[in-house]
Ligand binder design. Structure first.
Ligand code: C5P
Length: 405
């Protein structure tokens, strides 16, 4: 199983403008390279005050361009050549001044020049702002951001949090890994554009008392990968997650729950406003009938307590039974006879698609193999990492959706 890195074959112009977040651009150049991209760094004069071209050359493995008057290209047209072979221009960090330049279409240094000179239909411009919160909030910056978005730029972030100046607020540049993920997402086909997707993921936790409970070994990785893949495909994604410590995929709205009943209560009101529901969660089938309010004490000589269990609501079946329900996809984690069990579940839950997998073998792992079972037949998605499978599954779901009104 050799999967190509996500940015294999992509050529990215990474533009740096003046700002302390230039230190993150060093890491970004490495992340992009690790993801398979070739990276051509272009720096403004301001950027060179914060980080050296030597550092960026070493990390990107290419000489850096800093001047529109660079004599290296035979035709002396660095501003044209640089974007002719590029798949995207990513400006990170983008200062308030640079965004103002972009908004006006000014072209008085190499980076702003190549942004204007790029072939817009096949070389996207992605911009990661980084500035003090007052600068970000200033009406002129707000106006400029609206303008560059109207002109087709994609604005990534900024994040909120501690700033280099000591203030706290909006304006931090996204982290290198987030920007790399955003670029990977940018290149994914937008098969779910305009769709709303609801995903459940992870285990549930059913309390026995305040310190003990019943749960299972689901890691949530498959569901989180599906949420990420759906967001990459252009969907608006809501992820209802049981107790797991995974990072929320970029652009995904997450609701954390613990028990099956909490998951049920979170999902049911949301379901009618979504086009697709993917039930990946390993919902506990049963819960203790009454959770003790206080820790059950072990008393010497006293018999062990017995647990009386009651069945949890079936979230997937409940959603599938709603009037105007979304397109429902269930999972079947089986230890054997995956296809047979998946097909039985298709009937029992009254859903159009069940995804079978070998439960115990996949829990907690980064890879899996899936079997898609629907009324028309069975299709195997062979062994691969969970994100690759999630992207394939999203493609399969997109094909099965009724066309948008
Ligand atoms: O009934 P079973 O647990 O075998 O079905 C698995 C599928 O149903 C999964 O998609 C799971 O997320 C969903 N499910 C649910 N609510 C339950 C039990 C399972 O949504 N209480």
């Amino acid at each position: 199983m050799t999967q190509l890195p996500d940015l294999q074959g992509r050529h990215i112009v990474l533009g740096l403008t003046g700002g302390i977040a230039c230190y993150k651009a060093a890491d970004l150049a490495r992340e992009l390279g690790k993801a398979g991209a070739t990276v051509q760094v272009v720096m403004t004069e301001g950027a060179e005050r914060f980080i050296t071209a030597v550092t960026m050359q070493a990390l990107s493995n290419r000489p850096v361009y800093t001047s529109q008057w660079d004599a290296r290209p035979d035709n002396a047209m660095a501003h044209i050549n640089l974007t002719r072979e590029a798949d995207a221009v990513l400006v990170a960090p983008a200062s308030a001044d640079f965004i103002a330049k972009l908004a006006q279409g000014r072209a008085d240094d190499l980076l702003s020049l190549l942004c204007v000179a790029r072939p817009t239909e096949r070389c996207a411009l992605l911009v990661a702002p980084a500035m003090n919160r007052e600068m970000w909030a200033h009406p002129a910056t707000r106006r400029n951001v609206v303008q560059i978005v109207a002109d087709g730029a994609v604005v990534l972030g900024p994040a909120a949090g501690d700033q280099a100046c000591g203030e706290v607020g909006d304006g931090r540049m996204l982290e290198a890994a987030q920007l790399c993920d955003a670029l990977i997402a940018h290149f994914q086909p937008k098969r779910l554009a305009g769709r709303r997707v609801l995903v459940t993921a992870g285990p549930t936790y059913e309390a026995i008392d305040p310190v003990r409970g019943l749960t299972n070994l689901s890691s949530g990785k498959m569901g989180f990968a599906i949420a990420r893949a759906a967001a990459e495909a252009g969907a608006t994604v809501t992820l209802v997650a049981g107790p797991v410590a995974l990072a929320t995929p970029m652009g995904v709205a997450r609701i954390d729950v613990k028990s099956a009943r909490e998951m049920h209560a979170a999902v049911l009101p949301l379901a009618p406003t979504h086009d697709v529901f993917v039930a990946t969660a390993a919902v506990a089938d049963w819960r203790p009938v009454d959770a003790a309010g206080q820790k059950i004490k072990k008393v010497a000589g006293q018999a062990a307590p017995s647990l009386v269990l009651v069945e949890n609501p079936d979230i997937l079946a409940a959603v599938a039974a709603l009037p105007g329900h979304p397109y429902c996809v269930g999972f079947a984690a089986e230890s054997h006879d995956v296809e047979q069990h998946a097909r039985a579940k298709l009937e029992r839950k009254k859903v159009p698609l069940i995804v079978g997998n070998l439960g115990p073998a996949t829990f907690g792992r980064d890879d899996n193999a899936l079997l898609l079972v629907d009324a028309l037949g069975t299709r195997a998605l062979p062994h691969a990492d969970k994100l690759t499978l999630a992207r394939q599954l999203v493609g399969e779901i997109a094909q099965r959706l009724p066309s948008a009104p």
